[in-house]
Unconditional design. Structure first.
Length: 135
């Protein structure tokens, strides 16, 4: 299992009239968590796309809104990989309030697509090599 925590602050422009993080902005937090978790182990989205011609489109999101994130609150995004990817990679995102209370949970599934052929492929070998020691 691999887990990585990253903090973000809820900005005014990301809230609704109640001062709550707008529900449509949670997927941005999943992406921030995913990108930073991968960066933390030396995997860059930029390299994946530009060097290896692999893109990772989201194919499924299952989200649970528990409590609201609030304006100017520092949230902690925990991104978890429970298993090594194959033709799909599944990230679990847990978002915690400043008081370390779980306020949101989501499961996000992505495929690996060869950008040249637009075909679904297995997880790139270089990515597996970075991930294997963590499991």
């Amino acid at each position: 299992m691999y887990s990585f925590d990253f903090k973000v602050r809820v900005r005014y422009g990301d809230t609704d009239m109640m001062g709550y993080l707008y529900y449509g902005n949670y997927p941005k937090l999943y992406e921030i968590g995913r990108v930073e978790a991968m960066r933390n182990i030396g995997l860059l989205y930029k390299d994946l796309e530009q060097k290896y011609d692999i893109m990772m489109p989201v194919v499924h999101v299952d989200a649970r809104y528990i409590l609201p994130g609030k304006y100017d609150e520092e949230l902690m995004i925990r991104t978890i990989l429970m298993e090594l990817p194959t033709k799909m990679i599944t990230f679990i995102n847990e978002i915690y309030s400043e008081q370390n209370i779980l306020i949101h949970r989501a499961e996000v599934k992505l495929f690996f697509i060869d950008m040249k052929t637009s075909k679904r492929v297995s997880c790139p070998e270089y990515m597996l090599q970075k991930l294997m020691p963590l499991f």
